[in-house]
Ligand binder design. Structure first.
Ligand code: ADP
Ligand code: MG
Length: 475
């Protein structure tokens, strides 16, 4: 039987199908058509440059083997890439010899002629739409105006501002903003997007969390719409991807993003990333992606100092139309020092308390509210915290524990408190002894010894201690 492009390709497909996962086959091989067979050169047609790159990167080995199997040592593969433009579909050919010269699996240089390359710069304009319109998915509240500047964020903020006014035109590409949760990464990243849209409304801006991107990728695999997915992101002028540490372990999505990243970067499009760690400390990410993350500028957000925290509170209060007395602002800012998000949370609770109980927001209200709030948010366990919880648990008054009273249940509460303080805080024996009624360090040692012995021998006692410990850690 005479060999035709279709017959050869279908034999190749049979082999390929047996060797790769069904989903991958469906995504990457079903859309491919054989179009020509001439002088042992099989030409296949793929829907986009991206598609071609993906095949060459991930399936070059199996493609080469199967083509040779059915066309002999001389067998070669060429790609015909459909360039989608809004008006016409113009196929063009890349002369891509899968001739086995390079190392197996190694990327071959892409012999796309320069003129054509220009032509296909943005092949992903959705047909029928003159200008692609995209909802940038930005929160309008997150602007530079509402982002308070402080020592803690100066570099990141000014780099962000520079990028926003010249997207793709600075050396801060990508701009990576990193820092702990609640310090303003999302706010700042979105401020960049909002600023671009304000000054350059025609720019295509998209904000996407890494998680959402991963989900979209999985969906597009399922629905066989990989091309649309990639095309969409590659058409952007500015992509803002939040929380890229969530890429960890998701190799396929990292691969796709790697392609999108390269495409955008090569075309001087702006990439903004946020992460909970500096690129060098990110784990679970492919080296080649990480190395690109390091290309531009990485700027961190640090915990704001007291002054900045107060400024943030003032600004929030002002924009919410609340009157916060100065002493309350200072008190709240002093108590909550680890995250801007918690600072805001405290303010919201304060407001809720005051409206609910029809009370003025004053220092007393702030104090009584923050007592619970801080207890809930601070992970660190203090001696005071231990003492209160133990006394509550055994229903004994705090003063008794601190006194010289030798009643059995008081002694027990006192000794357990000391034991927990020794194990759960960094306090020295001397400090612990002092705290629990001015005792010396040998009393603390004795207390700890007694509690340990009782835990060993008395099941009920052991369960008390465990219970208290659990409650302490829950707070
Ligand atoms: P992250 O993404 O780092 O976890 P977010 O950007 O979600 O943090 O910030 C948490 C909250 O704190 C948001 O409501 C944000 O508006 C606010 N915030 C953070 N930093 C600032 C700042 N410098 N000025 C004003 N608000 C801030
Ligand atoms: Mg965030």
């Amino acid at each position: 039987m005479e060999k035709t492009s279709t017959s050869v390709w279908s034999k190749c497909l049979d082999v390929i199908k047996d060797n790769i996962p069904p989903q991958s086959y469906k995504t990457w091989f079903e859309p491919v058509k054989a179009v020509k067979l001439e002088n042992n050169v099989l030409t296949i047609q793929v829907p986009s440059v991206f598609f071609y790159e993906w095949l060459e990167e991930h399936y070059v080995g199996i493609l080469r083997k199967t083509v040779k199997k059915f066309l002999g040592e001389q067998g070669r593969l060429e790609y015909n890439i459909i360039v989608e433009k809004s008006s016409s579909k113009k196929p063009y050919t890349t002369n891509l010899p899968s001739n086995g010269n390079g190392a197996e699996g190694k990327r071959q240089s892409i012999p796309i002629p320069v003129s054509l390359n220009k032509d296909i710069k943005n092949p992903f304009v959705i047909p029928g739409l003159k200008k692609l319109q995209v909802d940038p998915q930005l929160n309008q509240q997150y602007t530079f105006d509402t982002f308070i500047e402080g020592e803690c964020n100066r570099l990141a903020r000014s780099a962000g501002y520079a990028v926003a006014n010249k997207p793709g035109g600075t050396s801060f590409n990508p701009l990576m903003i990193y820092g702990n949760v609640g310090l303003g990464k999302t706010h700042l990243a979105q401020a960049i997007g909002n600023e671009v849209k304000k000054n350059l409304p025609d720019k295509l801006v998209i904000y996407v969390s890494c998680e959402r991107f991963c989900q979209q990728f999985v969906d597009s695999l399922k629905n066989n719409t990989i091309n649309d997915f990639v095309n969409f992101y590659q058409a952007m002028d500015v992509i803002i991807m939040d929380d890229v540490h969530n890429f960890a372990g998701k190799e396929k999505t990292q691969d796709i993003f790697f392609h999108v990243f390269n495409h955008l970067h090569q075309n001087n499009k702006q990439i903004v990333l946020t992460s909970d760690k500096a690129p060098k400390d990110l784990s679970g990410l492919e080296e080649r992606l990480l190395s690109r993350f390091k290309w531009g500028l990485s700027a961190d957000l640090q915990t704001p100092d007291l002054e900045t925290r107060m400024a943030i509170l003032k600004k929030k209060a002002y924009s919410d139309g609340i009157d916060l007395p100065e002493d309350v602002i200072e008190y709240v800012a002093k108590q909550i020092d680890n995250s801007v998000r918690e600072l805001e949370g405290a303010m919201v609770s304060l407001l809720a308390q005051s409206t609910l109980n029809k009370k003025e927001i004053d220092l007393a209200l702030a104090k009584s509210m923050l007592k619970n709030f801080v207890k809930n948010t601070h992970k660190e366990i203090t001696m005071e915290h231990i003492q209160n919880l133990v006394c509550e648990y055994f229903e004994v008054p705090v003063e008794m524990v601190k006194s010289k009273v030798r009643k059995r249940e008081i002694v027990q509460a006192r000794q357990i408190s000391m034991y927990l303080a020794k194990n759960l805080t960094k306090s020295s024996l001397k400090t612990i002894g002092n705290f629990f009624g001015g005792r010396d360090h040998s009393t603390v040692i004795y207390a700890c010894q007694t509690v340990e012995d009782l835990i060993e021998t008395d099941k009920k006692f052991k369960s008390y201690v465990q219970d208290i410990q659990k409650k302490l850690k829950m707070n």
